[in-house]
Design a binder for this molecule. Sequence first.
Ligand SMILES: [Fe+2]
Ligand SMILES: [Fe+2]
Length: 270
Amino acid sequence: MRILFLGDVMGRTGRDAVVAALPVLRRDLKIDVAVVNGENASHGFGLAPDMAEALFAAGADAITLGNHSWDRKEIIPYIAQQKRLIRPLNYPPGTPGEGVVDMTLADGRRVLVVQVMGRLFMDAMDCPFRAAEAVLARARLGVTHAAILVDFHGEATSEKMAFAHAFDGAVSAVLGTHTHCPTADCQVLPGGAAFMADVGMCGDYDSVIGMGKAPAIARFTRKMPGERLQPAEGEATICGALIETGVDGRALRIEPIRLGGRLARAMPSA
Ligand SMILES: [Fe+2]
Ligand SMILES: [Fe+2]
């Protein structure tokens, strides 16, 4: 199975780039399933229902969120009826939405997509390891599901790496999101889980993690609340990864994708 995973879509420039590129990437890379992180699509803060619809229409099979899940309030009724939009699994019980989506592809293969959020330098959350363990107790890689993907939304590389090793053998891939910077550590772990500590954002990299530079710099230099952060609006680099899995659900390869904008190009061989 060929899986496309794109990182945090940042503002209008990120949305426009992803909506334009998704159909092309799906075709050129012969993608079976595409997952997109949409937590920053709405001006950097949250995701509005019409933006989610545009991403689905462009070819996203599932959309994940993160610490910005609820920044656009309209997403709360929407997430209740759109099961392919998920938020971190380890929110406290009673939080709207689900942290996992179980999808059946046209050919009958089942794909499970899970999102968890880290706890290092992040909001207080339930344990991502225990939350994932409970879900994975009901899903067996290569038996019940052809692929199991985890979006680990977190700040700390150590926590993401520890998580990936903890679930190596039980999942096809652990893909990091949230830092907005792609890491150069793509690998298939010994048990067959593809790992990348962060896939990066789909946004303008002439910025401070996607936000306009001057107000972002002022926050560090002045130590005073300043001007509201606005997304940088130059050409986006689309950042993500291609993961290819075998019949047992384990990853055969993971390769980075970086297209357009300022970052050095990376495009997997078809
Ligand atoms: Fe983000
Ligand atoms: Fe985030």
